[in-house]
Ligand binder design. Sequence first.
Ligand code: ATP
Ligand code: MG
Length: 239
Amino acid sequence: MSWEAEVEKLLSITEGEVFEKATLKALWKLMNSGVIERFEFPISTGKEGNVFRARGNHGMVAVKIYRINTATFRSISKYLMYEPPQKVKRDRRSIIFAWALKEFNNLRKLDRAGVRVPKPIAREGNIIVMEYIGTEEQPAPLLKDAAIENYEEVFSRLREYMRIMYQEAGLVHADFSEYNVLVNGDDVVIIDVGQTVSRDNPVAMEFLMRDVRNIANFFRKVVNVDEEELLKYVVGDSE
Ligand SMILES: Nc1ncnc2c1ncn2[C@@H]1O[C@H](COP(=O)(O)OP(=O)(O)OP(=O)(O)O)[C@@H](O)[C@H]1O
Ligand SMILES: [Mg+2]
């Protein structure tokens, strides 16, 4: 494995996207520690960053690289306003680093609480390394695209995860929908928890209601679901 070759490969699979110095530095550290040995293919290229399949001393991993010069930078700063990290510097790079750290810590909290999320492996700067969800050949499809045999089962699992997330982990996903759930055979995995907020946050209930509405809307056609009831189930008796 050579560092130059891996960076070359990364540049070619992202069609020459420019990686900032900070990204290269973080990449360098992750490759030095062996967490990443080689990149294999891009899984997704989004507005905020890229996700790749890579391989390293933890086997197959998913590597999420947040773009530092992102068009959605402003929406990220807006989210961080709701939940300002301690002592964060105001420059773009520090804010993106704080965002990646937040996603990493949320994965950790959720994993510990028993919500099925990709297991967090490492975080360096604007890069998160986590458990890869999928087969050797291809990443797991999103819930919106997956062939589902038993909708009832998937729904009740997600309902349970929402409940644990709120009641045990004290978090609200804040972007919960069929676009942020992976279905890997029998495994149903929640992803994309960068914007996830504490339930104590003044905006938490508004986000939770939107999450509940998204899920209710998706399952409504195939499962008997009541939005009101779902919200009550998630929140529990506490309030
Ligand atoms: N651990 C993982 N294993 C396999 N695929 C993943 C993993 N994490 C993310 N993905 C894939 O990468 C895509 C983007 O990841 P994610 O949703 O976390 O980022 P995002 O910032 O919301 O990007 P987008 O704007 O494209 O949704 C997901 O839709 C999913 O297909
Ligand atoms: Mg997403």
